[in-house]
Ligand binder design. Sequence first.
Ligand code: NAP
Length: 455
Amino acid sequence: MAIATINPATGETIETFTALSEAEIATKLELAQQAFEQYRRVPMQQKSQWMNAAAKILERDKEKFGKLMTLEMGKTVKSAIAEVEKCALVCRYYAERAAEFLADVSVGTDASHSFVRYQPLGIILAVMPWNFPFWQVFRFAAPALMAGNVGLLKHASNVPQCALAIEEIFEEAGFPTGVFQTLLVGSQQVAAIIADPRVKAATLTGSEPAGASLAAAAGKQIKKTVLELGGSDPFIVMPSADIEAAASTAVTARMLCNGQSCIAAKRFIVTEAIAEQFEKLLVAKFAALKVGDPMLPDTDVGPLATPSMLEDIDHQVQECVKVGAKVLIGGQPPAERAGNFYLPTIVSQIPVDAAIAQEEFFGPVALLFRVADLDAAIQLANATPFGLGASIWTQDATERDRAIAEIEAGSVFVNGMVKSDPRLPFGGIKHSGYGRELSIQGIHEFVNVKTVWIK
Ligand code: NAP
């Protein structure tokens, strides 16, 4: 994949970049290693100061960074600006809490004094996706850097300018040169970087094949990985729910990032008793969405990031139709638009045993399923290879508790949409990956948990 900025709303190539050569990568690795030798000794207070400075820069230039994201991958500018604000939040969160999360923990044993100490590992490689070009990077970098590691970013090839802008933010914030570097490289160059002995661990957010490939390369070198991969999150609506609130949130949860979010609600599992009502509301709300130029403040749904994302989602909808599903609204690109646009779409009556029902739909397409009761809802919720998030809408405490206990996912949200929050751990099980980002769990992923025993 060429490293280039191509406007998804128009198809226009704005700028292309040349991938780094082996020699250039070697120079950056050496710089990162040298930076780590100094940076690992920097006091927490100083790191907090730099991280807070990064937050200030993000807030100062949120419109500029937001527009850059919109230009490169097509999310609506209002959501892009909100994403930059959230990055500032995660920087401040770890600037404030890292000292507490990484403090020595005393443990009573047969020693005079024994304790656990958290120490940095060194260079961490982050392979990141284009769908949240800033947020995905900052939620890795803020805890990793506060823990004393140094970061190398291999960003998705379609967001090179975002990748370079993030490197500049850390530099301007005061972090020493080499503590955070962007590598403009293709995915085929990743395995060699992981194999370098100076790289100690890696994290990847992206698709299952990319995650498997990175984990295999890291496994060969006995290096730790964290994987945040795809999802096909269920959104269950029970009869006791506030149906209007559930339907409104369903639209937001599905259309997040023009439908291209790992934690977007993708399968709407609705009990028969309220299915008709929910379906009507959802169709009306989808019909009211404004599809168009993502740079305009009142646009609800922009284009998909690349022509191949558009091709994939259209193909998946056609596959649903082939196995007998009904398209309630949308189901094709809008006739009058260039760029990678797809109409907000609802597909219902998909046979639950069809292979297509197992797939992740990465675009503005909602899959609607009707079920008899909670047993059937939970069974269907768990019937995919994924296990990222899940949302259930109910006022019934027994139903709520059963969903929390029985849904196979990294998170369950009750009467709300799945979302990430710096204070809560984020990640999945099954093919959605392993490891956690954010919160105390996130900062503990890339540290040496050192046992100290003193007599
Ligand atoms: P992708 O193709 O996997 O790309 C993600 C990143 O991995 C990019 O930087 C890409 O580089 C790189 N990459 C691709 N193949 C690789 C390989 N074999 N070895 C090493 N690196 C490789 O994913 P995508 O299609 O852009 O993103 C969509 C997927 O990401 C969806 O499945 C979505 O659910 C998932 N996602 C998950 C989360 C989460 O937190 N769980 C968040 C966002 C997205 P190039 O761009 O150069 O190919």
